[in-house]
Design a protein around this ligand. Structure first.
Ligand code: PNS
Length: 159
């Protein structure tokens, strides 16, 4: 059984994330979509809200398990026998950061590989931070986030 993990902050989930999750789940038997509980930047959405968005938007994905994790990703990978970590790469800047993190994770969890997925060309500029910024000014996000997330963003900024 090949097990993958797609970890992230998912604050909030974007269509770019869904594209990577779809492609990662196609190359394993089971894919954890893992939302990090503790992230360095203060999240807009609570961990429960982030999980709800992932659950609602990934309903039709067969071989996934949606989880949260705390602490080191490498420890989760060791404990759950994860074969690979999936990360999306949008740019050279992403690559530089992700390459260093991949080397670190390989040191901490030598049995777990990192696989980089070039982002879908239509999503190569999409980030959760950008989506939050656009949402805060009431901009149109219909091509960047799922409808459910759009609704949650609207509620957050109208409150
Ligand atoms: O969506 P993000 O913010 O790019 O996801 C980053 C994330 C959560 C995958 C990364 O920060 C992470 O793995 N955090 C858990 C703590 C950890 O393992 N740190 C060492 C690698 S930076």
């Amino acid at each position: 059984m090949r097990i993958g993990i797609y970890p992230g902050s998912f604050d909030p989930l974007t269509l770019g994330h869904i594209d990577i999750a779809e492609r990662a789940r196609n190359i394993c038997d089971k894919l954890f979509i893992a939302a990090a509980k503790n992230i360095s930047k203060k999240p807009l959405f609570s961990i429960e809200e982030r999980l709800e968005m992932i659950r609602e938007c990934c309903l039709d994905m067969a071989n996934i398990e949606i989880v949260t994790f705390e602490g080191l990703l490498a420890d989760f990978c060791i404990n759950r026998n994860v074969n690979f970590i999936a990360r999306g790469i949008r740019s050279g800047t992403d690559f530089d950061t992700e390459y260093a993190v991949a080397l670190l994770n390989k040191k901490l969890a030598p049995e777990t590989e990192t696989i980089f997925f070039p982002s879908g060309s239509e999503y190569s500029f999409v980030s959760s931070s950008m989506v939050k910024e656009v949402a805060s000014y009431g901009g149109d996000l219909t091509t960047l986030v799922p409808q459910f997330v759009h609704q949650k963003l609207t509620e957050k900024f109208s409150g």
